[in-house]
Write a new protein. Structure first.
Length: 288
């Protein structure tokens, strides 16, 4: 019984963390068709913002839940205005530009802060299941994932901005004829995706190694999850992160974390081969 509870907790925690990592990318890629190869660096900036502000005396919860998303959202706004807005509809160019941006962010962060960054302690205590001890923070990550899923779903489904954003992404010319400025919607959507990514970096800072190159560990996993999930932002990302989180954590528990990553990538290849339109393209058509 203890073993089943431990495995279940690891699986849920892995799926929640993966969902948080992928949600911002799903907003940008799923709605705008921009392949942001600097996604991992946005996660890293969120983690750095949380750690630096917490070490400067800001409450750790405010640092993770407010400072990190606000800072990365502003970075996303600058990136969209100065770079990405010139690359809509140019897939290869956007990949090259955001890849160069990721290298620039890594270089600047390394120059300013060095190769390592002092982290922050996990803010909640722990509990035990038999001989296995873990932190309440794992359940906090699950709660954040659920709340973010509900917020993004509500915004896209039930607000005027969500309706306009979905209309612009489907047919920007028709939206422009109806009086909507697509450039403003693109800017807001990219900034929103960046802010959500910064939040993920902030809440993962206490349980991650904070270095300028930490984003490289996340970007490939995030992309295969978003592609495996398909076009639907919430249902696709949720189903893919649940599946791949289960596969990764189960493989890591019974083998090693390295083999767990290998098993995850192999399962992603098989899934994309069987379902080229992603999980949502096969099972959740018409959903957000």
């Amino acid at each position: 019984m203890d073993l089943a509870a431990i495995v279940a907790l690891n699986v849920v925690n892995g799926a929640a963390s993966l969902f948080l990592l992928c949600l911002g990318l799903a907003i940008i890629f799923g709605m705008m068709r921009i392949i942001n190869l600097a996604h991992g660096e946005f996660v890293m900036l969120g983690a750095y913002a949380a750690v630096i502000s917490a070490n400067a005396g800001v409450n750790i919860w405010v640092a993770m839940l407010v400072v990190a998303p606000l800072f990365v959202g502003l970075v996303g706004l600058l990136v969209e205005r100065c770079l990405v807005r010139f690359l809509y509809g140019r897939l290869v160019d956007s990949m090259l530009a955001t890849w160069g941006l990721s290298l620039l962010i890594i270089g600047l962060t390394t120059t300013v802060f060095g190769n390592t960054m002092q982290g922050v302690p996990t803010p909640l205590g722990g509990f035990s299941i038999g001989d296995y001890r873990t932190s309440w923070y794992t359940l906090f990550l699950l709660a954040v994932a659920v709340v973010m899923m509900a917020i993004v779903y509500g915004v896209l489904r039930y607000t005027r901005f969500g309706l306009i954003a979905r209309a612009v992404m489907q047919n920007p010319d028709m939206a422009a004829v109806l009086g909507v400025n697509p450039a403003h919607i693109y800017m807001a959507t990219f900034s929103l995706g960046a802010a959500v990514t910064g939040l993920a970096g902030g809440v993962l800072a206490p349980v991650s190694g904070i270095t300028p190159v930490m984003g490289a560990a996340y970007v490939a996993k995030a992309f295969i999850t978003v592609v495996g999930g398909g076009a639907a932002i919430i249902s696709g990302t949720l189903s893919a992160s649940g599946l791949f989180g289960f596969v990764n954590q189960l493989g890591a528990y019974f083998t090693t974390p390295v083999y767990g990553e290998v098993i995850l990538f192999l399962s992603a290849i098989v899934l994309i081969r069987i379902l080229p339109q992603g999980i949502s393209g096969r099972f959740f058509k018409g959903t957000v």
